[in-house]
Design a protein around this ligand. Structure first.
Ligand code: PLP
Length: 456
């Protein structure tokens, strides 16, 4: 005989479920309102399943699933991880880790009240602009500076504030897209400025910019290529030539540097990443760069340059909408101080990782190998990332773990309390010490041990 079809009425009501001990425990752990939400959702799903011919769930099973759902709702999605990929400015992993001083400054700003917009001697309203911007101008030798939420916002603000309803000249070789949907033509459209492409994909000359100028031109834009490179038969005018042209016509030249290094990357065997100081020296009216790329600070967009242009941007209503918060300003100021005190290479994690030699990585990889009694220590390459220095790498040593399924081992490494993010290359799981912070060796080894045991 066929089993009798299950009736929806056989499902317990929310009220009946709530009288069970297991449901009372849920209310204890997750609160009444959220528990009710989860119970209703669970019952709804059970109804759907019964309508499709499913069995009547056990009450205890229903409650266990509800607990799991509640746990899933509340477990944080933004969690710390160990970055063993060897990509220093890993955008998906939050780019730059902050220095100890920057962390402490952000914590102090978060914990209480402060002089965000307060003039202490006078006891009157002060300026938010004062904090990081004073340090920035000292550091790069610019007349003025402005801090916003991120570099995309800095570029958007500059284009909106200076070129809305007018034209912006930019080389066809620089109409880039970088990660996260930042595309020059789209930012341009959003700003209300009209993109006027000049030159060709591989070669653009100063004459192309000259020919593109008209009474509608409001700004000349140069964009760092960031994550790609043009090789072969190529040409772009120098920044100094563009700056001269812009000045002759009373126009601002905006240099979107992207990463915006303040120190020379070439001293560590990498290519030369253009510095903010070089752009200013070449005559850029405004330089835009990120706070959390090679600067090594919190997410922010930094604009430095001529006071007239910066002041116009500061007064623009969009500047208010894009302004940084106190945590950002505290961490940014502390980061900038490292440069002013000439201790950036020692204090800023990003620069410490760039400056660290291969031998240091080898010793750490060997220590991991000894602790695990497994893996091979191999030469490999770390990358800087963050849209800076494409194709450039730093020599490193990694611990390479063999596994029946490297993807499955890598997945297990991501399952721990403190997930470890590794690289899979040629059927091996690679762990690069360069991006594993000091003090993370122990937790990393614990995660690797249990992941390997689970794979057995
Ligand atoms: C990274 C980058 C941006 C965007 O910077 P965010 O701080 O991520 O908003 C803009 N322009 C260039 C050239 C970049 O490399």
């Amino acid at each position: 005989m066929e089993p009798a079809p299950v009736s929806l009425r056989q499902l317990p009501s929310v009220d009946r479920l709530l009288q069970t001990e297991a449901a009372q425990a849920l209310v204890q752990d997750f609160g009444r309102s959220l528990t009710l939400q989860a119970l209703r959702a669970r019952l709804e799903a059970a109804r759907d399943s019964i309508r499709e011919g499913g069995a009547l769930p056990e009450t205890l099973e229903l409650l266990a699933q509800t607990r799991e759902a509640l746990h899933g709702w509340l477990v944080p999605t933004l969690r710390p991880v160990i970055n063993a990929t060897g990509v220093i400015l890993h955008t998906n992993l939050g780019r730059a880790p902050l220095s100890a001083a920057a962390q402490a400054a952000a914590q102090a700003a978060a914990a209480g009240y402060g002089t965000l917009e307060f003039d202490l001697p006078r006891g009157t309203r002060g300026k938010r602009d004062l904090h990081a911007e004073g340090l920035l101008t000292h550091l790069v030798g610019a007349e003025a500076a402005l801090v916003v939420n991120n570099n995309a916002a800095a570029v958007l603000l500059a284009l909106t504030g200076l070129a809305r309803r007018k034209e912006v000249l930019v080389s066809r070789s620089q109409l880039i897209e970088i990660g996260g949907g930042f595309r020059i033509p789209e930012i341009m459209q959003q700003s209300g400025a009209k993109l006027r492409e000049v030159g060709t994909t591989n070669r653009t000359h100063l004459q192309d910019f000259q020919a593109g100028l008209s009474e509608r031109t409001a700004l000349i834009l140069r964009v760092h290529h960031s994550n790609f490179r043009i090789l072969g038969f190529t040409a772009e005018p120098g920044l100094d030539e563009l700056a001269q042209l812009a000045r002759q016509h009373g126009l601002p030249l905006l240099d979107d540097l992207g990463s915006g290094a303040l120190l020379d990357t070439a001293q560590f065997g990498l290519g030369h990443e253009p510095t903010v100081q070089e752009s200013l020296r070449a005559g850029a009216s405004l330089v835009a760069f990120s706070g959390d790329k090679l600067l090594g600070g919190p997410q922010a967009g930094l604009l430095v340059g001529d006071r007239d242009w910066i002041d116009r941007l500061r007064r623009h209503p969009l500047a208010r909408a894009l302004r940084p918060d106190k945590l950002c300003l505290a961490a940014l100021s502390a980061t900038l101080l490292h440069y002013l005190r000439e201790e950036a290479l020692e204090q800023i994690p990003v620069w410490r990782m760039i400056a660290a030699g291969a031998e240091q990585q080898r010793e750490r990889a060997l220590a991991w190998q000894a602790a695990l009694g497994a893996g091979e220590v191999l030469e490999s390459r770390s990358t800087v990332g963050g849209g800076s220095l494409p194709e450039e790498t730093l020599p490193t040593w990694v611990l390479a773990l063999q596994a029946r399924s490297p993807d499955s081992l890598a997945a297990r490494l991501r399952e721990g309390e403190l997930p470890v993010i590794a690289r899979v290359e040629q059927d091996r799981v690679l762990l690069d010490p360069r991006t594993v912070l000091a003090g993370q060796d122990e937790p990393l080894l614990a995660v690797v041990k249990s992941a390997r045991a689970a794979e057995e």
